[in-house]
Write a protein that binds this ligand. Structure first.
Ligand code: DGY
Length: 328
């Protein structure tokens, strides 16, 4: 008799090729409307499914996991960040969690580099000038921004994405500085000509651009707090493509309002998708809708990782991208 296929609930629409393969391999229940699942729907999913494929828009907390049926063994997250999943609660219930690292590193680093350039060089102002139809031609003092070449970039979290950003920044003539929980290997520092700062406070006080690349964990919540943001120089820019919760967004907004820093480029927000309306009105702020990793190629590779993680797990092996909460 043919073995029953595991029930896999997918909370959002994924690339067509991935949905097709999920249907071939598993008893996949796909999202029809691409709406984030309600709490009731998530509870129903963990009660009935063997595997859940959530995204960062699904909050999988202990309350939801308390409803998990005995068959529910795997959360195969579509995405790298897992701060929307209560990892400790999952571990307690012997539920494995996997994610999709590596495949969005280069895309996110590209977007970060674009954001590092965009605000100092006033790309949005330039576009608005053309769109307004009021451009009368070149003039020497028009739309002057600030040079990036030769400036100091402070990377908060030199992991995979931070490293990929550092490589790009070197190509743009920036001096790479970083703060990490652990100092990286000397070979990596040599490759990037990177300067390590054990003290985040001291690094913040000396950089021209700060780019955030650490995950959101209890330890990094508001890592860039009001106190730390105040250490920035008035000429400094802040870029965030990691998680909004790492920066105290209200404090950042206040500083931008008062002109205590030069600008910010944000792809992620503390209360996504809600955005502080004050930020949206500022000329020296670029806001993007969490699209750092949004490439077709990347989404397909993320989906392939999800499939490999599920298949390996249901075949009785340790999936390649298992998340260990102790490491966060
Ligand atoms: C992730 O995978 O966590 C990203 O934030 C999605 O862009």
């Amino acid at each position: 008799m043919a073995q029953k296929k595991p029930v896999v609930v997918v909370t959002r629409r994924l690339p067509e090729s991935i949905e097709t393969r999920l249907m071939e391999l598993f008893d996949a229940r796909l999202s029809e409307n691409d709406e984030p699942m309600s709490r009731a729907e998530l509870i129903e999913a963990v009660k009935t499914a063997d595997v859940l494929v959530p995204t960062l828009t699904d909050r999988i907390d202990a309350g939801i996991l308390a409803h998990a049926g005995p068959q529910f063994r795997l959360i195969a997250n579509f995405g790298t960040g897992v701060d929307h999943i209560d990892l400790a609660a999952a571990r307690q219930r012997n539920i494995t969690v996997t994610n999709t690292p590596d495949v969005l590193t280069e895309d996110t680093a590209d977007m970060t580099m674009a954001m590092i350039l965009a605000v100092p060089r006033r790309l949005a102002d330039g576009m608005k000038t053309i769109e307004s139809g009021e451009w009368t031609g070149w003039s020497p003092m028009q739309l002057l921004g600030h040079r990036i070449w030769g400036k100091r970039l402070g990377i908060v979290g030199l992991g995979r994405i931070g490293h990929a950003v550092a490589r790009r920044a070197r190509g743009f003539g920036m001096a790479v500085h970083y703060h990490n929980r652990r100092r990286v290997h000397p070979d990596t520092e040599a490759e990037l000509e990177a300067t390590y700062w054990e003290s985040l406070d001291q690094m913040l006080a000396r950089m021209d651009v700060i780019s955030v690349h650490c995950p959101h964990t209890p330890a990094t919540y508001h890592l860039l707090s009001a106190r730390r943001l105040k250490l920035l120089q008035p000429k400094a820019y802040v870029v965030n493509t990691a998680r909004g919760e790492v920066i105290d967004e209200n404090a950042l907004t206040r500083m931008l309002e008062r002109g205590e820093m030069a600008g910010a480029a944000l792809d992620v927000f503390e209360n996504e998708p809600a955005i502080n309306p004050k930020l949206a009105r500022m000329d020296n702020v670029l806001l993007l809708p969490h699209m750092g990793s949004a490439t077709i190629e990347g989404r397909v590779e993320m989906g392939e990782k999800v499939i490999i993680n599920i298949k390996t797990f249901v075949d009785g092996h340790t999936p390649p991208d298992r998340v260990l909460d102790a490491l966060l």
